[in-house]
Design a protein around this ligand. Sequence first.
Ligand code: JBZ
Length: 261
Amino acid sequence: MRIDVVSIFPEYLAPLELSLIGKARQDGLLDLRVHDLRDFTTDKHRSVDDTPYGGGAGMVMKPEPWAQALAAVAAAASVAGAGEAAGGAGAMAAEPAKPVLIVPSPAGERFNQALAHELAEEDRLVFACGRYEGIDERVIEWAEEHFTVRPMSLGDYVLNGGEVAVLAMVEAIGRLLPGVVGNPDSLVEESHSDGLLEYPVYTKPASWRDRDVPAVLLSGNHGKIAQWRRHEQYRRTAERRPDLLEAFDAGKLPRADRTAF
Ligand SMILES: COc1ccc2nc(C(=O)O)sc2c1
């Protein structure tokens, strides 16, 4: 997968050079490139914002730098994509699918684990990090010609810009790519992988500050352990995220067990 991120604060994306995502980049599992929006300005002040039409507080990001930056990214990525799609030199170049352009925004669709899995299947993702009061809306309209545009939000709160949302989304998506996480089994039983929150985990010592690990986990009875873990998932989800439980089919657990917590 190739990911391009455009931002006026490229250094904000430095954490993506660390840990699992950083290693995935070094191992060639993820081709992630960060671009400075100011490199696509033409004035001596490298300006990227201006006052809002209609008045109001704050500034709005100018459309032309964004169009220049996104067109450059689309062109570069499509060259790479065409090569891949055509199976190398000599073959007829297949028309690559339009990259997905994710625009972090409080006015976007809510990002979640299902979307992380969906986006992890894409060949290319482009992220446009807004700042100030946002990006001139005409950029989003124009971008539809070159991208599948998806405004996306981390949650019902407002950040100062898109970079923090991109850090979270790139980590959530990148860790799902083949080979990034050492043991792919660890992706199976984590929160939201099956619609429920994950069960509690414990390690040595078996007794710590007068608190003992649940005895079932020391029993060696794998059937009982699986049953206990499943029950804990339901209990935690009911306590902390009843909204998820509503979305989760009650038919997967006999009614009698559900009333147990
Ligand atoms: C101006 O760009 C912004 C501003 C706030 C904001 N908040 C987000 C969120 O996901 O909460 S994304 C985002 C982008």
